[in-house]
Design a protein around this ligand. Sequence first.
Ligand SMILES: [Zn+2]
Length: 280
Amino acid sequence: MRHGLFFSMLLLSSVSLASPQIPGLFDAHLHYNADQVKMYSPVDIIRILDQNEVNTAVVTSSPISLALQLHQLAPNRIIPFLGLYQTDKDKQAWHQDEELPVRVAQALKDPAWRGIGELHLFAEHRHSPIFERIALLADSHDLPLLVHTDPVVIDRLFEIATNITVIWAHGGAYPYPELLNDYLKRYPNLYIDLSMRNERIAPEGMLDPEWELLLMEFSDRFLIGVDTYSTQRWQHYSALIDTTRHWMDQLPLEVEMAIGRENVLRLFQSRPEKTTTTVN
Ligand SMILES: [Zn+2]
């Protein structure tokens, strides 16, 4: 049985991996939601990560218990982020939910949480007092805030809390190297996850020269991920991580190591988990 599993994993690895330049990636942007559990159990999720030589991952979930379940199954590998959405509608309306900051403060009593998000916010809602309170909670707990948002919201975040750590999902709403260069220069605690941007970074698989320069200049500030917001994304996980690996392999090894693993490891090593948690 064990041998059977071993060989099937070996086979899957050889299919999905074209001799990776670096093993043990860190996926900094995973979702594991109620609709995905029907197809993938927590054990299945860990198996997918294993098959793709992804050692560690940030996982956010709705309901929040799912990220904790995965963390409990693989405590050294899963970094749970506190998701704030109970239903799909919350994605648009959370910044008007007066009760949300209280619920978040309550949830953060569990020391298992290592970050907050993903939060979606358009520029016109950046002065929401709810947003401000969530940002202040992230800052006071020294937790990174994962945001999917417009550039001006990033400015607003650092206005609210100068020292907050922000992970800007997908390189922001306008992922242009020149714009990102400007933001990275201005905000030393800003990190950028490159999930969903394979086509821009490497059109037809070839690393774009402007992106290459940006990744080299700020090699300590980028993270990678697959952003499994849908079941379909989990189904295509191997292909998506391979595409990401393909452009990363075109970078110098130390830059690839930084982006593929070391940057995000450093982010959490400087904020160790306080105690272990239990899931009821
Ligand atoms: Zn996402």
